[in-house]
Design a protein around this ligand. Structure first.
Ligand code: SAH
Ligand code: TYD
Length: 406
């Protein structure tokens, strides 16, 4: 038993994925012996309805000057954030003379660049110095820090209050969410809004996309848990908008002005979550069973291909794949290498399982028989550009929502 990070109620894990390394901790052979592991075990708080992992490595072990995730690697995500920014400008900034937009976890500036290019006052808060530096190179104002209430106080003194606070795939990373929420409540103007999106619990349960659970994702949100977590800080959930990104996400809009009306989308979503049992222990028990079935099927398939000496590679050295490979004990005897377009990952080895990560060129220069689609959330973008792989006779191995060859 331990305490819920949000409301302090006692919680216990409903399953364990076993010992896990840092998901983005791609490493060199000389670092194998000192690799850090922790137990990845999710728990559900029945008091405030939030899913969280019990142990999380210290944030400084995950977010630093060698952070391996660069947001701009997906063209689809670049378009997504351009549309997100345009929507924010159209819906929330039109009434202000000199609007100020703050983004938490702005990474390489993929979203804020749209505001910078439009001449809108903006600031990114990004603790991973290497990606922050790339953002600055694109003209995006960025400070390197972990956002919390203290940082909010500093920002207010130095820059004044914000009209909009944004984040994407970041809020679910931050363990001290109460401090973050109270910092945002201070930082916003009375008319201000917080808009953030993250992978959605409803999709994860439906698709058994258990690989969304890894060290960085300390929380998995639903509309119910977001409403419960932010209300004590004076932030009211006023809108929700489902997103296709990252295998199914939800965008949440929260207002400081609690007189703002709740949209029917919120009311419907909360009702749907109750109906789907997103707050019921039985749902998580079923999820555990589905994870075990998925593991069994993937392990059996890759074991068969290994025994038949088939050439199998991985496509996309994602953070998510660290959970899959370690939970399913997939190693270099199953997968020859993982292809990835991120230079910082190439030449290194996958966390925990030590499979080489190679440049994309290695994939296209000698197509394998099978490629495991680890970056399944980018499936449309990837399948569209990898027609030649299929033409060569190559086949995809997918495991979300279920294990299949396509
Ligand atoms: N928004 C980007 C990046 C998501 S990755 C996108 O959607 O592609 C998560 C980012 O959150 C990382 O760049 C990490 O450095 C940053 N981060 C982690 N903890 C943070 C905190 N406390 N405050 C602000 N950013 C944080
Ligand atoms: P992503 O699934 O976006 O995130 P996470 O690490 O949070 O699970 O990571 C996609 C990875 O796949 C990233 O390392 C870049 C790589 N990638 C390719 O190699 N080729 C591609 O066409 C795409 C879209 C991604």
């Amino acid at each position: 038993m331990t305490d819920c990070r949000i409301c302090g109620s006692p919680i216990a894990p409903f399953m364990t994925f076993g010992q896990m390394p840092v998901a983005n901790g791609f490493l060199l052979p000389e670092q194998f012996d000192s690799e850090y592991f922790f137990e990845l075990a999710p728990a559900f708080c029945s008091a405030c309805n939030i899913l969280q992992i019990i142990d999380q490595p210290d944030p400084s072990k995950m977010f630093h000057e060698n952070y391996a995730f660069f947001s701009r690697t997906s063209k689809y995500m670049q378009d997504h954030f351009a549309k997100f920014a345009a929507k924010v400008c159209g819906s929330h900034l039109t009434d202000y003379d000199d609007p100020f937009v703050v983004e938490l976890g702005s990474n390489d500036g993929i979203m804020l660049q749209n505001f910078a290019d439009a001449g809108i006052r903006h600031l990114g808060i990004e603790p991973s110095e290497n990606v922050a530096e790339i953002a600055r190179g694109h003209g995006v104002n960025t400070i390197s820090d972990f956002f919390d209430e203290m940082v909010a106080d500093r920002l207010i003194a130095e820059h004044g209050l914000a009209d909009v606070v944004l984040s994407a795939n970041v809020m679910c990373h931050i363990p001290n969410l109460n401090s973050v929420a109270s910092g945002i409540a201070k930082l916003l103007k009375p008319s201000g809004v917080l808009i953030f999106e993250d992978p959605y619990l409803g999709d994860i349960i439906k698709k058994t996309s258990y690989d969304q659970i890894y060290d960085e994702h300390v929380f998995v949100f639903s509309a119910t848990s977001v409403a419960n977590a932010f209300a004590p800080h004076g932030l009211k959930l006023v809108n929700v908008e489902p997103q296709k990104t990252h295998g199914g996400s939800m965008r949440y809009t929260l207002a400081l002005d609690t007189r703002q009306q709740t949209s029917t989308a919120v009311t419907n979503c909360l009702a749907r979550e109750t109906k789907l049992g997103l707050s019921s222990a039985a749902t998580f028990e079923r999820f555990r069973e589905n994870c075990e079935t998925s593991r069994h099927r993937l392990t059996r398939l890759l074991g068969k291909f290994r025994d038949e000496n088939r050439r199998v590679v991985g496509y996309g050295a994602t953070s998510k794949s660290t959970t899959v490979m370690n939970y399913c004990s997939i190693g270099p005897d199953h997968i020859e290498f993982v292809s990835d377009t991120t230079p910082a990952k190439q030449g290194k080895f996958t966390p925990g399982t030590h499979i080489p990560v190679k440049p994309y060129q290695d994939f296209i220069s000698d197509y394998p028989e099978y490629a495991v689609l680890f970056a399944w959330n980018h499936k449309l973008e990837i399948i569209a550009k990898e027609d030649a792989f299929r033409q060569s006779g190559g086949q995809w191995i997918e495991f979300i929502p279920s294990v299949c060859i396509s």
